[in-house]
Design a protein around this ligand. Structure first.
Ligand SMILES: Cc1ncc(C[n+]2csc(CCOP(=O)(O)OP(=O)(O)O)c2C)c(N)n1
Ligand code: SF4
Ligand SMILES: [Mg+2]
Length: 295
């Protein structure tokens, strides 16, 4: 028998695929690097990770990861990821994407995946703009933002991703910023360890179309990085909502965490009960029984 070979954790080199095509200085690089770090730190193997995204600069993410993944339809990453999560409970399902993908075209899916408490980790790389299509107003763009769709400045009130996630029923809601790498890693890890819908808003600057958007949250640019107060109770939904209402740059950390049964656990129970009813029967016998029942 050949000697047993101990499997080593994947290195960044092994898990990095194509050279990222983002603009130099884009905040998304930092999120990708920290995802590699997370994979290495938590000793996840290729076959246990899947990376799903919609469309946008940030959604190009799966191309740059050497593991199973899908660059799916604009705004539809979550329903696709839901199917994977429900059918493959052994996988870590990660979804990455932008603010447009999550809250414009994918807004309905966001609300439904959150309320269903599907087990997955969703990192929205929020740059307050549509980057890929070269500067249109996004649902998180602040009032007055001048873009190709709002030449005189945005007039529509922006959504607040944290409030939206809490109200939709997400059971883990956290906020971080790509300019603080340790915090991004820590937040993604906590989201991954949550048994349910883990949502992370990660501010990620688009240096091409919204330069300086997050300077106020970056101490290296004269801003302040303010963590969620130590005495905040993440089980307190109203307190989480109040934190989410703080003026920009607001707070960073875990706003809300609730332990609720996941859709995965509930459906696994239903499937098991159905399987128990036909235990010992051959496939053709189950089929015959079904046809007899339908007569
Ligand atoms: C069905 C459909 N509608 C519109 C588009 C055009 N489109 C591509 S990416 C995008 C917005 C991306 O913005 P965001 O999700 O914030 O990602 P970013 O590029 O900023 O990372 C749009 C409108 C598309 N690809 N498909
Ligand atoms: S356009 Fe903006 S979001 Fe897209 S890669 Fe360039 S800097 Fe990043
Ligand atoms: Mg965007």
């Amino acid at each position: 028998m050949p000697p047993a070979i101990e499997r080593k954790p994947l290195t960044k080199k092994e898990v990095a695929a194509d050279h990222p095509t983002w603009c130099p200085g884009c905040g998304d690089f930092s999120v990708l690097a920290l995802y590699f770090k997370l994979i290495e730190k938590r000793k996840m193997w290729h076959e246990k990770i899947t990376t799903i995204a919609g469309i946008g600069c940030s959604s190009r993410f799966p191309y740059f990861v050497q593991a199973h993944g899908v660059h799916f339809i604009h705004g539809r990453a979550l329903p696709f990821a839901t199917g994977i999560s429900l059918s493959r409970p052994d996988l870590h399902v990660f979804v990455f994407g932008g603010d447009g993908d999550a809250f414009s075209i994918g807004g309905n899916h966001f609300n439904h995946a959150a309320r269903k408490n599907v087990k997955l980790t969703y990192v929205v790389m929020d740059n307050w703009v549509y980057g890929l299509t070269k500067k249109q107003t996004s649902p998180t763009s602040p009032l007055g933002f001048k873009s190709k769709t709002d030449q005189w400045g945005a007039v529509d009130y922006p959504i607040n991703p944290m409030k939206q996630a809490i109200a939709a029923g997400a059971t883990f809601v956290a906020r971080t910023t790509s300019s603080n790498p340790n915090h991004v890693l820590q937040t993604m890890e906590a989201a991954m360890d949550h048994d349910g819908f883990g949502f992370v808003e990660c501010l990620s600057e688009c240096v091409e179309f919204y330069e300086g958007a997050f300077d106020a949250a970056n101490p290296r640019k004269g801003g302040v990085f303010r963590e969620v107060p130590k005495d905040h109770d993440p089980a307190d939904e109203l307190a989480a909502y109040r934190l989410a209402g703080a003026e920009f740059p607001g707070y960073f950390g875990i706003f809300y965490r609730a332990g609720k049964p996941t859709k995965n656990a509930k459906e696994a129970g239903i499937n098991q009960a159905a399987m128990d009813k036909v235990r010992g029967l051959k496939d053709w016998q189950i089929l015959q029984k079904n046809f007899e029942r339908m007569k």
